[in-house]
Design a protein around this ligand. Structure first.
Ligand code: 8DG
Ligand code: MN
Ligand code: MN
Length: 371
């Protein structure tokens, strides 16, 4: 196992997020400082400041100009007193005392390292930390620790899945998923979503929505795809969750990252020969393959638009969009539907189709054309 020092990892996430080093500008320093603070609060399960720093980081990220003076940020939303004081310190001295203290804190470093493993969340990381474990070798050498299947895969493929996925690799995976779908049903489709749909060049995984024009077939579609990937010998890990979607339920008032559609979290084996320009990893190229994290979700086609919107992300954008729907439009939005609360009548449980269901329309049109 690679024995990465945790500071290397934080450098990796800070500067290599896009897979290549970027010029370190003051704005990026501030943004990274906010991310560290957000994570620190997340590890301590303090939600308020965690979200506040995440929001502040995303506001900075959206700026088209570089921050040189605190005064220039006057009027920007979501920058509270604490964010401003961190910002001022960095603008003046190029560093933040508070952030440096966190970065050198053993608990933070250890939780950061442990949670970098697929399948290990803050709770498990904290449990291991409390037991005095500090490194991957500590964990793997501890006989009383039982790793679940997900964590075992997380450790097994650690090097591959902590390395960014390139757009060429995402495209190759898109072809694999698309071929699998079409072999099952000619009118099925797979659409790239997540960070790559937002135009990112690199991602931590590849997300797809798969669906068929026939409502009710989507659950089977996903299990058939999984079977096909297994047959091809490229399924390294699979966590399948059947649909728990209930038509009659109103969207939740709380931000829910998870939706109720059938979905699966996978690790796939991607062969070098399928990727234009080779794999985004040196060892992978000589081995001839690399492991990649892939997420698939399969909503009924009449909920396709909402799922596409929800899975496109970013998480922060989705959170803001839902808040906007609620407070500015008196509507409820989630991955399943958009509801108009002002139309509290008999059909209040019926979703508002404000977002046109383009895919469904296209699919029906081509059916008609064929007919
Ligand atoms: P990255 O992978 O490039 O790092 O970024 P990303 O594509 O934006 O992040 P992601 O973690 O892959 O999540 C993509 C979107 O999927 C994100 O906006 C949240 C959304 N999403 C849901 N439900 C679920 C769910 O149940 N599990 C996961 N993993 N993501 C979900 O709406
Ligand atoms: Mn993603
Ligand atoms: Mn994902």
């Amino acid at each position: 196992l690679p024995m990465m020092h945790v500071l290397d990892i934080s450098w990796f996430t800070a500067c290599m997020r896009e897979g290549r080093p970027v010029a370190v500008e003051t704005r990026h320093l501030i943004q990274d400082a906010f991310e560290v603070l957000a994570e620190f609060y997340e590890f301590n399960e303090v939600e308020g400041p965690c979200l506040a720093f995440r929001r502040a980081a995303s506001v900075l990220k959206s700026l088209a100009w570089s921050v040189r003076r605190l005064g220039a940020t006057e009027g920007l939303p979501c920058l509270g007193e604490r964010s401003k004081s961190v910002m001022e310190e960095i603008l003046q001295s190029g560093r933040s005392f508070e952030v440096e203290k966190i970065l050198s804190d053993e608990r933070y470093q250890t939780l950061k390292l442990f949670t970098s493993v697929f399948g290990v969340g803050p709770k498990t990381a904290e449990k291991w930390y409390r037991r005095g474990l500090r490194s991957f070798s500590d964990i793997l050498a501890e006989p009383s620790i039982h790793l679940n299947r997900m964590q075992q895969s997380g450790f097994r493929h650690y090097g591959d899945i902590s390395r960014a996925v390139s757009r060429a690799e995402a495209r190759a995976l898109g072809n694999i998923i698309d071929e699998a779908v079409r072999a099952i049903t000619a009118d099925g489709a797979a659409a790239l979503t997540g960070g790559f749909r937002r135009g990112k060049e690199f991602g931590h995984d590849v997300d797809f929505i798969v669906t068929t024009p026939e409502v009710g077939r989507e659950d089977r579609l996903l299990t058939d795809i999984i079977e096909s990937l297994k047959q091809q010998g490229i399924l390294l890990y699979c966590d399948y969750q059947a649909s728990t979607f209930d038509q009659s339920k109103l969207p939740s008032h709380k931000f829910e990252a998870m939706d109720h559609f059938a979905k699966c979290f996978l690790i796939l084996r991607l062969d070098c020969s399928r990727v234009d320009g080779g794999l985004n990893s040196v060892e992978g190229d000589s081995r001839g393959w690399r492991a990649v994290r892939v997420d698939l979700v399969s909503p009924p086609v009449d909920r396709y638009a909402f799922t596409l919107l929800g899975w496109t992300g970013s998480r922060q954008f989705e959170r803001d969009l839902r808040r906007f729907a609620r407070s500015e439009r008196r509507m409820l939005l989630d991955n399943h539907a958009l509801y108009d609360k002002t139309k509290d009548s008999d059909d209040s449980a019926r979703p508002v189709r404000l977002i046109s269901n383009a895919w469904g329309r296209e699919a029906r049109r081509s059916e008609r054309d064929k007919g």
